[in-house]
Every structure is written in structure tokens, then in C-alpha cells.
Design a protein around this ligand. Structure first.
Ligand SMILES: *Cc1c(COP(=O)(O)O)cnc(C)c1O
Length: 453
């Protein structure tokens, strides 16, 4: 299997696409073709999570040996605390929650980043070349990336996060690791500022080559593919007569998670609808409603991991919406960069609906789910319940453990959820760095730290 940028260019192998993260032309990698998974569904229906993941990746990671792939996958999911890895919790006759928060940092991003850490390790062992990992985070990506890459030989990790705009526990997950290969960087700015700087540094091809820069944001295709697996796992667990009529409801920021699910539809899996649930930062909700993709100002919310107004992975969907016309993708992205918006005459990708929940609504939605179904959701997952039809079959992706966001429950006068792994962090000494978020300051910081090693 070969991979190509959404903006064209020549094809690369799976390992190259993973190591680079972002394509050299600024586009995002996509597979050149898709396997037909319908041929395997019967054989896969009863597999446990790691085995399903291995089988799925065999179609994509074609330049890895079976042994390497199996080891990477099994050791990644061995760190999850629930024996089903991604259990389905039944809320009602029609609704099920897919719990994606049983990994080491208690958010769905562990699914991809534990695996990515292992894939990097294999690559470094094979090529003998160190990697420098750079990412921007609105909270959970940084924590999950750091956990996945902690102490890995040959990897140095730099994570930019908006100072004061991630939850205190998320910050502790990044800064209290004690790992010498990890540099959490607090910037004065928003997540979008951090993401822009990361993209700028990736566009500096000379710098990029000199430090072997790799991306851990959901621009990295390995992350997307790793996330496709839990949609497939959940879909296979549904009674077969329900599979085609079930909506997947996905709390969304960068469009990575929901895109991972949608990608399965290119592989023959019949999913009728994806419901995109945003917080008050509603760039995607506006796009699906009006056809206009326009930059708004980021407003910090109670669901901080979705405080995003430039949804990177939208470019991947756009590629298919424009029938694989890489020139037009480049053109739209260029206009969007210049004007801060792009209007489509019609933007009707069938199979998507959307909704946006305000900060006022999030606590009420949490309380509604608690009262109605005796189940506690985190503030991101809460957004998924806005205007959800109780008579329609739905799988709701529960993207984080509520204990990561205690302040929300405290303000709502609810019992504060706790998690022992988070409590353990509180006794540790935090370590972070303050660097101005312009690309040249971050570049100098990285060079200084790398040369000091
Ligand atoms: C990252 C994150 C999201 C948003 O996921 P995207 O892939 O950016 O759409 C939603 N909820 C939680 C808890 C997250 O950490």
C-alpha cells in the first residue's frame, strides 16, 4: 500500500508517511487505494481488540513485518485498564456509549498514540536514525503523545500547549512525567496559534530534515487509521440488523476522530450517519449548515480539547469531496489561508449531520445523562447528547474520562469524579518551558535542546 498527499506529489510507503506526519507540500497523507473489508467481516467479528487492530493494519502497514506489527499493537493495548479495550456501555434500548477512555491518559487519543510510539521505536531501530517529535495540543493530544513516547530511545518530544487553557490535570499529565526526552512548552496564545507554528516549522524543509521532524497531531495518518479500528470494533459488536441504521455521534475538534470513522465507508463498511458534535467553537457545524468554512475566534470552553477553529483533517474530507482533485484542494486551502474563509456552492457530503453545544448547555447535558441513564459523561462527550433523537439508534463516542475535568462537576454542584492514576500525579514536581510561540523561537529552542543531548 502506498500513500500520497492531498495536494498531490509522489507516493511514499507506510513507514515514510508515519515518520513524516505532514507531507512535504503541506498536505496530508492518504492511502492510494482502499481494501474491501467486507471480505473479512465474518472472520473478524469475534476478534479481541488487539487482534482486530493487527488484522486491519496488515492492509495498511504493508512494509512492516507481521511480527513487528503484532508486537507494536499488542504492547500498545496491554496498557489499557479495561479488558475489552473499548467497551460498549448500554445506556438505553437505542443508545450505546463507546468508552474510549481506558488508556493511560484517560482519553481516546491513547488509542493512536500508544501505537504510534511503538511504530516510531521500530522505525528507529530499523534505520538507526533519531526522531524529533513536534506537536501542538489543546490538552489531551499532548498528554497522550508524551505517555506514548515517554523514555523511548531516540525520540525527543516537543509539545506546544496554550498556557492556562488546558485543564490543570491535563497539564500535570504533560509536565509531571519526569522523562528526560520530553519538553512541554507553554505558549501565550491559543491552540490554533500553536498548531500554526507547528505547521510553519514543518514547512521549513531544511529544518525539518536537519532534525528529522515527525508529527503526532492527527495530521499523522497512523493516528487516523488506529482510530478507524474502534469504529469497526463497535460496529462488529452491534446486532447485524442494527449496523446500517446506527448513527455514530462524535465529539469533534480537529475532525480527526470522525474522519477516521468515515474512512471505513471507503472500505465497504456501511455506516449511515456520522453526527459531528462541537462545542461553542463551531466551525464545522457552520460548514455543514451553510457550506462556508470560515475562521472564527477561538473561545475557551468547558470542553477544551475541542477549542479549535481550524480543523486540520477537514482537508482530508475535502480531498474526497473534490473527487481526489489535488490541485483544487491546494487551491481551496490557499484561498482559505489568504481570506480566512471559503464558500462552497454546495457542501453536501451525504452521511453527516452536526450540532453545537454552548458552555451553558454542557453542564445541563451532563446532568441530563446522569439523571436519565445513571451515567457520568465528560464535558466533551456531553456535547454529543445535544438534540439527539432518543428513538434513533446511536453509538456515542465517550472521548474522555470525566475525572480529567473536575471543575465542571464542582461548578454544577455534582459529585466530583476521581481517578487514581490522576491523583498519583499530584505529588509530582511539574516541569515545563515557556517559549514565545513564533516559529523562530520554537525552532531555536528545539535546536538547543537537541544539540545538548
Ligand atoms: C481531542 C479530543 C476531541 C476532539 O477530537 P478531534 O479528533 O480533534 O476531532 C474530543 N474530545 C476529547 C476528550 C479530546 O481529547
Amino acid at each position: 500500500m502506498r500513500y500520497r498527499s492531498t495536494r498531490g506529489g509522489s507516493s511514499v510507503s507506510f513507514s515514510e508517511a508515519v515518520a513524516q506526519g505532514l507531507a512535504p507540500d503541506g498536505g496530508l497523507f492518504l492511502p492510494e487505494e482502499f481494501p474491501d473489508l467486507t471480505l473479512h467481516l465474518e472472520a473478524w467479528a469475534d476478534l479481541d481488540y488487539p487482534s482486530l487492530c493487527t488484522e486491519f493494519f496488515r492492509h495498511f502497514a504493508t512494509d512492516l513485518s507481521t511480527d513487528d506489527l503484532e508486537n507494536c499493537v499488542h504492547s500498545a493495548y496491554a496498557k489499557f485498564s479495561n479488558k475489552h479495550t473499548a467497551p460498549l456501555h448500554e445506556l438505553s434500548k437505542h443508545w450505546k456509549c463507546l468508552e474510549l477512555f481506558h488508556g493511560p491518559t484517560l482519553a481516546f487519543k491513547d488509542f493512536a498514540l500508544q501505537l504510534l510510539g511503538n511504530l516510531y521505536e521500530v522505525q528507529i531501530a530499523r534505520e538507526g536514525k533519531a526522531l524529533c517529535v513536534l506537536g501542538a495540543t489543546s490538552g489531551d493530544t499532548g498528554a497522550a503523545a508524551i505517555s506514548g513516547l515517554l523514555g523511548k530511545k531516540g525520540v525527543t518530544v516537543f509539545i506546544l500547549y496554550p498556557k492556562g487553557k488546558v485543564s490543570p490535570l491535563q497539564e500535570m499529565q504533560m509536565t509531571c512525567t519526569g522523562a528526560e526526552n520530553v519538553f512541554p512548552i507553554a505558549i501565550e496564545g491559543t491552540f490554533d496559534d500553536a498548531q500554526r507554528t507547528v505547521k510553519e516549522l514543518f514547512a521549513d524543509l531544511e529544518f525539518r530534515a536537519s532534525v528529522d521532524l515527525s508529527a503526532v497531531n492527527s495530521i499523522n495518518l497512523a493516528r487516523i487509521l488506529a482510530q478507524s479500528v474502534y469504529y469497526l470494533y463497535a460496529w462488529l459488536k452491534l446486532p447485524s440488523e442494527e449496523r446500517e441504521s446506527t448513527t455514530f455521534v462524535v465529539p469533534t475538534g480537529n475532525f480527526g476522530n470522525v474522519f477516521a470513522g468515515w474512512l471505513l465507508t471507503k472500505m465497504g463498511i456501511n455506516i449511515s450517519e456520522f453526527r459531528v458534535a462541537t462545542n461553542q467553537n463551531d466551525v464545522l457545524h457552520r460548514l455543514f449548515k451553510s457550506g462556508e468554512y470560515s475562521l472564527g475566534e477561538v473561545k475557551p470552553s468547558l470542553a477544551p480539547s475541542m477549542d479549535i477553529q481550524v480543523a486540520s483533517n477537514f482537508e482530508r474530507l475535502l480531498y474526497y469531496f473534490l473527487n481526489g482533485d489535488a490541485l483544487r484542494v491546494s487551491d481551496v486551502m490557499k484561498k482559505f489561508r489568504e481570506d480566512g474563509k471559503y464558500s462552497f456552492d454546495h457542501f453536501d457530503i451525504s452521511g453527516f449531520s452536526s450540532v453545537s453545544a454552548s458552555d451553558k448547555e454542557i453542564p445541563s447535558l451532563i446532568q441530563f445523562v446522569k439523571q436519565e441513564y445513571d451515567y457520568l459523561v465528560d464535558p466533551h462527550t456531553a456535547c454529543a447528547f445535544k438534540d439527539l433523537d432518543p428513538e434513533k439508534k446511536a453509538v456515542i463516542l465517550a472521548t474522555a474520562h470525566p475525572a480529567k475535568f473536575p471543575a465542571v462537576y464542582q461548578h454544577a454542584g455534582m459529585e466530583i469524579p476521581i481517578s487514581s492514576s490522576l491523583e498519583a500525579l499530584k505529588s509530582r514536581e511539574p516541569c515545563s518551558y515557556e517559549v514565545s510561540f513564533d516559529a523562530s523561537s520554537v525552532r531555536s529552542f528545539i535546536l538547543e535542546k537537541i544539540s545538548g543531548k
